[in-house]
Design a protein around this ligand. Structure first.
Ligand code: HEC
Ligand code: HEC
Length: 221
């Protein structure tokens, strides 16, 4: 597991270095008229993303994406591909939530990309575990799963430190425990139906185990 974590860190360090190099390597690629045409379809416009986040989303998710309200998830440092998937699925009703349905309905694909890449560039604030007794159970489940019920270790997909694995597996570390409890319960009860993998994981967890692992995740860093 140590080696795996090490490789992950090495890989994540390698990404910015590589993309900086890629940009340097082809400065001639941007035509002189680039400023006059809209940003290319596959590049997020971070300035636009910030503007719409401040105008609409910051009220609930906080200006830096680190919501202080436990039922509203922290979005800072979350993988942008995951955020875009959620926004599209709120809009399509595949992830049912009346508040976020209303929010996502007003966003185009480009808006979603802009806002997701902007908020993912903000640094996540760490959280704390609050329940001393449950947190040990939570740690056991997170790291090792529950063997006799075939619950897989959360760490296998969300990584040992909860940073997730771009682009498929979301970051969990520091997330509000109340929000994580709500999501795990919603997956289990079929209310959040946008991930078969998580439905299968949560199906085998009881309420106490859900509270325990959510509390552990909140303090993970
Ligand atoms: C009125 C409060 C409110 C506003 C405004 C709001 N949100 Fe949310 N947001 C929520 C709540 C509550 C949830 C949790 C929904 C659930 O339980 O499924 C959420 C969830 C999300 C998620 C899913 C995060 C995850 O970890 O899965 C994303 C992405 C998101 N919001 C983005 C946005 C964006 C972008 C905006 C602005 C366009 C916005 N929100 C505006 C309340 C709000
Ligand atoms: C097989 C891989 C896999 C395993 C194992 C797994 N997860 Fe997940 N998890 C996912 C995926 C994929 C998503 C994103 C679902 C989506 O796209 O909506 C997710 C989403 C979540 C979310 C919602 C995050 C958010 O911001 O809304 C929580 C909470 C979560 N997982 C907790 C756990 C816990 C706790 C465990 C261990 C008991 C666990 N997961 C094990 C793949 C996994």
């Amino acid at each position: 597991m140590k080696l795996f974590a090490h490789l992950l860190i090495a890989a994540s360090l390698a990404i910015p270095a590589h993309s900086a190099f890629a940009q340097e390597a082809k400065p001639a690629a941007a035509p002189a008229s680039a400023a006059a045409v809209p940003a290319s379809a596959d590049k997020p416009d971070l300035a636009k993303g910030e503007a719409s986040f401040m105008a609409v989303c910051a009220a609930c998710h906080a200006p830096d994406g680190n919501s202080l309200i436990p039922v509203n998830p922290k979005l800072a440092q979350q993988h942008p591909q995951y955020l875009i998937k959620q926004l599209q699925e709120f809009k399509a009703g595949k992830r049912a939530n009346p508040i976020m349905l209303g929010m996502a309905t007003t966003l185009s694909d480009a808006d979603m990309k802009n806002v997701a890449y902007w908020v993912s560039s903000k640094k996540a604030t760490p959280g704390v575990a609050k329940d001393k007794e449950l947190v040990l159970l939570g740690e056991r489940i997170y790291r090792g799963g529950i063997a006799d019920r075939q619950v897989p270790a959360c760490a296998g997909c969300h990584s040992p430190n909860g940073a997730g694995i771009p682009a498929q597996y979301p970051r969990l570390s520091g997330q509000h425990a109340e929000y994580a409890v709500a999501q795990l319960t919603a997956f289990r009860d079929g209310v959040r139906g946008n991930s078969l993998q998580m439905t299968q994981v949560a199906a085998k967890l009881n309420d106490r185990e859900i509270r325990a692992v959510a509390d552990y995740v909140a303090g993970l860093r």
